[in-house]
Ligand binder design. Sequence first.
Ligand code: AMP
Length: 184
Amino acid sequence: MITRPPPEGREALTRDVRATIRDVPDFPKPGIVFKDITPILSAPLLFTRVTDSIAVAAMALQVSHVVGIESRGFIFAAPVAQKLGVGLVPVRKPGKLPHRVVREEYALEYGTDALEMHEDALGVGARVLVVDDVLATGGTAAATRRLVERAGGVVAAFSFVVDLTFLHGRQQLAGSSIDTIVEY
Ligand code: AMP
């Protein structure tokens, strides 16, 4: 349940999130500017405003599950699932989930990586909100959409705190609704 009144307009939230996110140059490797969301987490009211806003935007979608992407996605997905009153499903790096999984590989700049989800986590007819902190190239989110579909569900929408629009991640997610708070 959302215990606070309906949220302010997005403009004020966008301004405050943008002012709070910390740019860390050359992390995890040279040339990458890492968008560090941890200052949001240590500002309790702002953290609540962010997750309230994600949940309110998703309310009309009637989702049955929230899927969080390892690992910063979990932090935002968990309170959103509780506010919406639906289950939380983790999508994890290979080898972390104990039960039987579905697995999807995706391309990195060099090589591939993979994500896994418990094969029985959703069930046929599930309507899913996928949550992560940052949309970059979209490979992670697109692989997550394939996992959801293989597990019998559909992605009703994606929600990201940050969209690095110059990496064109939205192109990988064509056909899905996408909600973001701050765009760079
Ligand atoms: P991508 O698959 O390229 O969209 O990458 C998305 C994933 O990588 C997300 O889980 C993000 O947490 C992380 N990520 C990618 N680029 C950045 C960045 N510049 N700052 C922070 N996190 C990032």
